[in-house]
Ligand binder design. Structure first.
Ligand SMILES: [Zn+2]
Length: 248
């Protein structure tokens, strides 16, 4: 597991340490990819142990919906952003090439787990997540005290897409426009997310440059489906708590 580097307990899982087999080997935390449900349940307990709390994993739809979570659940509303201000609640964003993003607001103590892929980025999921965090502040006063971590995801040199798709996303996020090593059209979604978070005033932004397609420690939908999912996990510790980086 990779420490996300935020000031609350937060980390990104990888494939190691679970009990799933075959294409899901081994720490697959997704229930919707064809893995044995009992194995997934055991894997989720491994992640809960690392988080120090049961983790509520989001159910993505590549949209911009935000769901507030006040108690742990196996069955949260479908939403690409889960948000909480309840101490002890742990949230997880699942992915396998898409980008798990974790947000923390030290003013309110709010944390969010975000699933941001190409389509979610295009529709505005980064803005939706930050706006939902800002809405929790008593007075909507800038973003000072808000930080983010961008987890392992497919990189701009690997994420080949049709030219028209690159142009569409590039019309809203010019820095997403990229090329593969072979010179074909691609998208750099992590870079676009980092840029947008910076435009919104988030500081610091901790970007973990690990490409899920190239780094076999991670699940990658592009490298081979079916496969499992890893997760970005963040734990709410309430306002004003500063426990130092990590904890994992
Ligand atoms: Zn790559």
């Amino acid at each position: 597991m990779l420490d996300a580097g935020l000031r609350v307990r937060s980390f990104f899982t990888d494939r190691a340490g679970g009990c799933s087999s075959g294409p899901y080997s081994s720490l697959n935390i997704a229930t919707h990819v064809g893995d044995d449900p009992d194995d997934v349940a055991r894997n989720r307990l491994v992640v809960a142990d690392a988080a120090g709390a049961l983790v509520t994993f989001l159910r993505a739809e590549h949209g911009i919906a935000v769901a507030r979570i006040d108690e742990p659940t196996e069955d949260p509303p479908i939403a690409d952003v889960l948000l909480t201000t309840t101490p002890g609640i742990a949230l997880g964003a699942i992915a396998a090439d898409c980008v798990p993003v974790l947000l923390h607001d030290e003013v309110t103590g709010a944390v969010a787990a975000v699933h941001a892929g190409r389509e979610g980025l295009y529709r505005g999921v980064v803005d939706a997540a930050v706006a939902a965090m800002l809405d929790l502040r008593p007075r909507r006063r800038g973003t000072a005290g808000m930080s983010a971590a961008i987890g392992p995801a497919i990189c701009g040199a690997c994420y080949e897409v049709p030219e028209a798709m690159r142009a569409r996303v590039g019309s809203r996020h010019p820095v997403a426009v990229s090329s593969t090593r072979a010179g074909t059209p691609s998208l750099d979604i992590p870079r676009a997310i980092e840029t947008r978070l910076a435009e919104l005033g988030i500081d610091p932004i901790l970007r973990h440059h690990r490409c899920t397609l190239e780094d076999e420690r991670y699940f990658s939908h592009r490298r081979g489906a079916p496969t499992g999912r890893h997760a970005g996990v963040i734990v709410c510790e309430g306002p004003g708590r500063r426990v130092g980086p990590g904890g994992v």
